[in-house]
Design a protein around this ligand. Sequence first.
Ligand code: MRU
Length: 332
Amino acid sequence: MRTQIPDTVSFDRENNRLLLIDQTRLPNETRILALRTIEEMEEAIRSLRVRGAPAIGVAAAIGLAVLAGEMGGVDDALLREYALRLKKTRPTAVNLAWAIDRMLSVGHTKEMLAETALAIWREDIETCRRIGGHGSALLRDGDSILTHCNAGRLAAVRYGTALAPVYVAAEQGKHVHVFAGETRPLLQGARLTAYELAEAGIPVTLLCDNMAAGLMQSGRVSAVFIGADRVAANGDTANKTGSLGLSVLARAFGLPFYVCAPASTFDRSCPTGAQIPIERRGAEELTTQWYQNRMAPSGAAVYNPAFDVVPAENITAFITEDGVSPPRKSAI
Ligand code: MRU
């Protein structure tokens, strides 16, 4: 992949620091944060300086390794307390808990924790590349896909999930164009997806979320590709708020709707989408965040779920590191 963007998350082992691109500053400034304390890590995940399901899992894993590195000898009780604090930062993306549990399941020496964090980091790159390989086989030269939020390299270490097929298709010489929904309220589509694709030389066209129906009706979309924060055992899939609407539209217009996600996003302990915890975020994201003047009257009641759930029946197929498969009918 051709891009100047550094890895979203990495481990500066020499100086024992968690390195992150501060995504709240994109696309205006590429600032790398170097974190060492639990407070900095909690704040970075909560305020979406690092975001996207795989990326927050990798960040938490490296974060725990860094926190252990700061201790004299590894204090098991303190490590568990830090793990719990990091787990609580965001509830919907299961990759966060998955990565933390994996870190806690290894022997608690600094070396073991550092090696496991690096393994999670490396595997993320390999897994996303494989998702890209499977997904690119579904793309033809000249296709235009629609995506939502950011499930690209900025949501993982490199490649991403929903955009990995586009990056791999480009490596294979196919010309694939991406429509990026801006993704209110935090504009991950506009600020991050449009940015990272343009940086990589992939043609991208931005639209407001409420333009998706008209765009599909115009016949210019070949398929919808999204990422996922948690896939329940029956295939119901939580992803950025707005994904449900797009899935209904794709069905109405007869378009394939693909969910790209690594195995770590599948939560077999969660029977259906109804049990997936949906994060509620602050009112200011709708009322004041983007303009100096208020965007809504003071005291307005605000509905701000960060995610919604796409029912399995609206999903054409999951694209994982193991291949492309439709939701299992037996589990639905
Ligand atoms: O709130 P965010 O920006 O963390 O939401 C991210 C998404 O919804 C992504 O689509 C999802 O995490 C998959 S990322 C590969």
